[in-house]
Design a protein around this ligand. Structure first.
Ligand code: FE
Length: 349
C-alpha cells in the first residue's frame, strides 16, 4: 500500500480514498463496523481483517466456528443475526448457504471484474476468495507418474487395495463427485465410485492429512487430498511431516489434450440476507480480492489466489502448475444431493 493516511486523519475523514482497490468510498464514519462469521480459523484470516481496519477505519468483529455450525447459527438467528458476512470453505457449502436463504446477492463492479466467472455464484450470492485443487498424491516408492492419468482411471482394478480415501460425508469428496457427474453423467459416475470403493485399502477414516500420512507410511499407494494440506506439511517444521513429504509425489490428473483438468474448489464469502452493514461488508469482500489481500490470504492458507495474475506462494510453486477444470462451481452445489446419494448407493462410507 503506497498512499496510507495517517491514523488521526482517517478517523475524522468522511471520505476515504482506498488506493488499494481504486475506490472512493463515501460516508465512512469512525463507528463503522462489519461483523463476520468465519469457518476459517482466526489465525488464517484475522491479520487480513486487521489490515482492512487499518486501511479503512472500519472495525471488524470476527466470530469463528465450524462451517456447518455457523450456517446453522445463521439459520436459527434469522433476521436477528449480527452477521454481515459469512466466510466458509467449499462451493458446495456456499451453495448450501444460498439455498438456506441466509445470503443475499452483492452487486459490485470490483467483485465482478476480479473474481473469474466460474469461481463465483452465477447470481452473485457468493464469491470465491481462494482456490485449492483436489488432486492425486502418491507414494513415490510404489507409484510413478506414468502409472497415473485421470480421476476416472482410479477405479481400475489395478489399484485394488491401494487407495486411501476420506469419508463420503466430507464435502470435498462430495464436490469432486459432483464435478464428475457434470463431466460424465450420473450413471457413469456411480460406476466409477463403485470401482473406486472396491480399490480402498481400508474403510475411510480421518481427514486429508491422515490420508497423506497413510500414503507416506505405505498403508496405501495413493489418495486424493486438497493441495493446502500438503502445502501445510511442506511448510511445517514438524519432523514427522517433513519426512512424509519426502515420500509423497503430487500428480495433476486429467491434463491431456481434450481432458477437463484438475478439480478445483474455493473458499469464499457471501453477504448475509439480514446484513446491517451492507456497504462495509461489500467493501471488505472487495478488499479481500485486492492484490495485497490475495497474496497474503492465499499464502497464509497455502492456497491459490482467485484473481488472475496474483503470484503464488513459494511452497505452492514447488508443486508445479496445472490446468484446472473450468466448471462453474455452482454446479458442485447443484449436483451435491445426487453426489451424496450415489456415493451412498455405491458403498462409500
Ligand atoms: Fe480443509
Amino acid at each position: 500500500m503506497t498512499h496510507r493516511l495517517p491514523v488521526k486523519n482517517r478517523s475524522v475523514l468522511g471520505v476515504l480514498a482506498l488506493s488499494a482497490f481504486g475506490l472512493i468510498f463515501s460516508g465512512v464514519v469512525s463507528a463503522a463496523e462489519v461483523n463476520v462469521y468465519s469457518a476459517r480459523k482466526e489465525a488464517l484470516i484475522k491479520p487480513l481483517l486487521d489490515r482492512f481496519t487499518e486501511e479503512t477505519g472500519i472495525d471488524v468483529n470476527l466470530i469463528t466456528g465450524k462451517a456447518d455450525a455457523l450456517l446453522k447459527r445463521l439459520e436459527v438467528e434469522g433476521d436477528a443475526t449480527p452477521a454481515d458476512l459469512f466466510v466458509t470453505v467449499d462451493a458446495g457449502r456456499l451453495h448450501r448457504a444460498k439455498m438456506a436463504a441466509v445470503l443475499q446477492p452483492v452487486s459490485s463492479e470490483v467483485l465482478t471484474q476480479r473474481v473469474p466467472q466460474h469461481l463465483k455464484d452465477a447470481e452473485h450470492y457468493w464469491y470465491g476468495l481462494s482456490q485449492r485443487a483436489r488432486t492425486i498424491f502418491y507414494n513415490k516408492d510404489k507409484v510413478t507418474p506414468a502409472d497415473l492419468s485421470t480421476y476416472e482411471a482410479l477405479s481400475d482394478p489395478r489399484w485394488k487395495g491401494k487407495i486411501c480415501m476420506r469419508s463420503s460425508s466430507n464435502i470435498y469428496n462430495q464436490s469432486l463427485v459432483a464435478s464428475l457427474i457434470d463431466a460424465t453423467g450420473e450413471q457413469s459416475t456411480e460406476q466409477w465410485v463403485k470401482g473406486l470403493v472396491a480399490n480402498f485399502a481400508k474403510p475411510p477414516a480421518g481427514g486429508d492429512t491422515d490420508q497423506l500420512l497413510a500414503v507416506a507410511a505405505g498403508v496405501c499407494e495413493l489418495t486424493l487430498a486438497n493441495t493446502y494440506y500438503f502445502g501445510r506439511m511442506l511448510g511445517s517444521s514438524d519432523a514427522k511431516y517433513q519426512a512424509a513429504t519426502k515420500k509423497i509425489g503430487v500428480f495433476w490428473p486429467n491434463q491431456a489434450e481434450g481432458q477437463r483438468g484438475v478439480h478445483v474448489n474455493v473458499s469464499g464469502a457471501g453477504l448475509t440476507k439480514y446484513a446491517r452493514h451492507v456497504a462495509e461488508a461489500t467493501l471488505l469482500m472487495e478488499y479481500m480480492v485486492s492484490d495485497e489481500a490475495q497474496v497474503w490470504y492465499a499464502e497464509t492458507n497455502n492456497e491459490y489466489p482467485v484473481v488472475d495474475g496474483v503470484e503464488r506462494s513459494d511452497v505452492l510453486s514447488k508443486l508445479g502448475s496445472f490446468r484446472a477444470d473450468p466448471i462453474a462451481l455452482n454446479r458442485l452445489g447443484e449436483n451435491n444431493r445426487a453426489a451424496v446419494e450415489l456415493m451412498d448407493r455405491a458403498g462409500w462410507k
